[in-house]
Write a protein that binds this ligand. Structure first.
Ligand SMILES: Nc1ncnc2c1ncn2[C@@H]1O[C@H](COP(=O)(O)OP(=O)(O)OP(=O)(O)O)[C@@H](O)[C@H]1O
Ligand SMILES: [Mg+2]
Length: 471
């Protein structure tokens, strides 16, 4: 591989906006001094954890530290995933953020370590600086000679700055490019000399009165000064994984769209690492350690954990944030118990942020925000009942009741969800505690561990008969 490409043609579709579990969150809700506000950017309470995450945010933005591990640990629905999503929003576009659920690692048709390697490399940004030569000026005249057969075209482009004017010979490709951009005399354009790309910067003020059929969005710019040829520095950020995919021969950049990248050969990665290190030495590239968020991290097994241990010490390592709701539990793939289901050697490398159960006030606020997000009107009484349900069962169950209660309220053509609708949906849909209770009372009619089940009352009578006949 002599030259390494870092650009693909096109971008990946993302950000389809749906009302999802965390769509009300637009950041961590911190002030300028990174202190958490009580309720901002969709975030409520959990102040200590948000403050701690603010410190991590600062650390990432400084871009000096890589290879650290952070663990969010706390009971279910205490906002661990929510805080991570808030962090990703605050990071902005320059810093890569990759979120995976630990179970994804097992569900791919590639090995566990390959899946993790890809996730790690997606979280490392490479900011590449390139100097390109540009021609920038106002078009005075474009002259195109079409040959009679229509095949080959030739032409001349006269272009000027306030200080000079030059005529360039045009070939087929440049003519196509200029026609595509609909460049006419009086436009100020820039031409990238390395790839011949033409960009229209606007119309020259000098020609503002030439035509009266100008669209409302026509932008006017002044004619450039000085030399026609200028050097410009352009910066673009790609992830290491994108560079891997673009340069791995079997895949090509199209794999970026399908997401089906398969395994990437280690030699390709080695070459890319060497090249990127060279670019860094030469000052051509900067490495931006991003964030890899692994949700439900207790689902990883011991092999994955030991991979992470080592990967954290790599030269190119992101900040790894993990989340778990497990207490002392078995580490997958071993027979021993450990805190949060994480092996002790990895736990030793992590700093832990704790999340705690919410107060009634916080639950009320979060449910209020969720109602707004789902565009559901509720009466104050209904919200109070919902909060009570949230405190007694779980925040998730209560917020799931919002949309079903809304559907029930629609049936009676009400403008707002009322206490009755909440009651109805509470009766229709069980929370986990009631479901467990029901199970315990009716356990014999479900299939048990031994595959046994009592299908009907008849079974009992038959059994009695058999017992007596045996006797
Ligand atoms: N502090 C908060 N502010 C606003 N919304 C929150 C907050 N905490 C949690 N939520 C919302 O409550 C719901 C449950 O929270 P979340 O999914 O983050 O819990 P979790 O700690 O990740 O739970 P689990 O351990 O089960 O994965 C989500 O819809 C989340 O957006
Ligand atoms: Mg979660």
């Amino acid at each position: 591989m002599t030259s390494i490409q870092t650009k693909s043609e096109g971008s990946i579709l993302s950000n389809l906006s749906l009302i999802a579990a965390h769509s009300h969150i637009s950041g961590l809700g911190l002030d300028d001094h990174l202190q958490p506000k009580d309720c901002a950017q969709g975030m409520v309470g959990q102040l200590k954890a948000r403050k701690a995450t603010g410190v991590i945010l600062k650390m990432i933005q400084n871009g000096k530290i890589a290879g650290r591990a952070i663990l969010f640990a706390g009971p279910p629905s205490t906002g661990k995933t929510a805080i991570a999503m808030g962090l990703s929003q605050n990071l902005g576009t320059g810093v890569p953020f990759t979120a995976i659920a630990a179970s994804e690692v097992f569900s791919k048709d590639i090995s566990k370590t390959e899946a993790l390697t890809q996730a790690f490399r997606k979280s490392i940004g490479i900011k590449i600086k390139e100097e390109t030569e540009m021609i920038e000026g106002e078009v005075v005249e474009i002259q195109i000679d079409r040959s009679l057969t229509g095949g080959h075209k030739q032409g001349k482009l006269t272009i000027r700055t306030t200080d000079m004017e030059t005529i360039y010979e045009l070939g087929n490709k440049m003519i196509e490019e200029l026609t595509k951009e609909k460049v006419i005399a009086g436009d100020v354009i820039s031409i990238d000399k390395s790839n011949g790309k033409v960009t229209k910067l606007g119309r020259s003020y000098a020609r503002a009165r030439d035509y009266d059929a100008m669209g409302p969005d026509t932008k006017f710019v002044s004619c450039p000064e000085g030399e026609l040829q200028t050097r410009k520095e352009v910066v673009h950020t790609v992830s290491l994984h994108e560079i891997d995919v673009i340069n791995s021969r079997q895949q090509g950049f199209l794999a970026l769209f399908s997401g089906d990248t398969g395994e990437i050969r280690p030699e390709v990665r080695d070459q890319i690492n060497t090249k990127v290190a060279e670019w860094k030495e030469e000052g051509k590239a900067e490495i931006v350690p991003g964030v890899l968020f692994i949700d439900e991290v207790h689902m990883l097994d011991i092999e994955c954990f030991s991979y992470i241990n080592r990967a954290l010490e790599d030269d190119f390592s992101p900040i790894v944030i993990m989340a778990t709701n497990r207490g002392i539990s078995k580490t997958r793939g071993t027979n021993y118990m450990s805190p949060h289901g994480l092996p002790l050697d990895l736990l030793d490398r992590t700093i832990i942020i704790k999340t705690e159960a919410y107060s009634e006030d916080d639950v009320a606020k979060i449910l209020g925000i969720r109602c707004q997000e789902e565009e559901v009107e509720t009466t104050p009484d209904a919200l109070r009942l919902l909060t009570k349900i949230g405190m007694e069962t779980s925040l998730r169950y209560a917020s799931n009741l919002i949309s079903v209660s809304y559907q029930i309220s629609l049936k009676r053509r009400a403008s707002a969800v009322d206490i009755e609708d909440i009651k109805r949906s509470y009766m229709l849909f069980l929370d986990s505690a009631r479901s467990v209770d029901f199970l315990e009372r009716n356990s014999e009619s479900y299939i048990d561990d031994q595959g046994k089940v009592k299908l009907s009352k008849q079974d009992d009578e038959d059994k009695d008969k058999m017992d007596t006949s045996e006797a």
